[in-house]
Design a protein around this ligand. Sequence first.
Ligand code: PNS
Length: 161
Amino acid sequence: MMNTSIAIYPGSFDPVTNGHLDLIERAQKIFGHLVVAVLRNVDKQPLFNVTERVEMLREVTKSWPGVEVDVFEGLLVDYARRRQAGVILRGIRAISDYEYELQMAMMNRKLEPRLETVFMLPGETYSYLSARLVREIAMLGGPLTGLVPPQVEARLRAKTA
Ligand code: PNS
């Protein structure tokens, strides 16, 4: 029922960065099927709506046949059960990510003990990169080269022009 060759990579992806992509590239070599799952979060005020975030993710992951992009709402463990996934994938950049990730992973384990959280490390070039900083740099007109894929940079420029 829970299949460990199916992994869910959940997140906000507002927008997808080269750090996310680095992790997706590494993970699609390990898991037969990788579902990049965009959270439809009613509380947050996102820069890109869910449709835009999904479009960008699909564009930049289209060369990997094992990668699917989907939207979820509600509890992640419920979504994972529906998708029959046995693994939740999260990226850890630095020690500062660890506390929040540990708390989420442990809570998810409490909610669904059959689900394993797997942490992967992005390339060191991306260890300081975050979607929040990307949004801020874009808003302030700074350079985004190397931080996001070209398609995402174009959309950020259009959004913040
Ligand atoms: O990219 P983010 O914002 O760090 O991702 C956070 C995310 C989407 C993984 C987390 O907020 C989540 O799983 N939300 C779904 C609701 C849920 O299951 N909450 C309990 C988590 S212990």
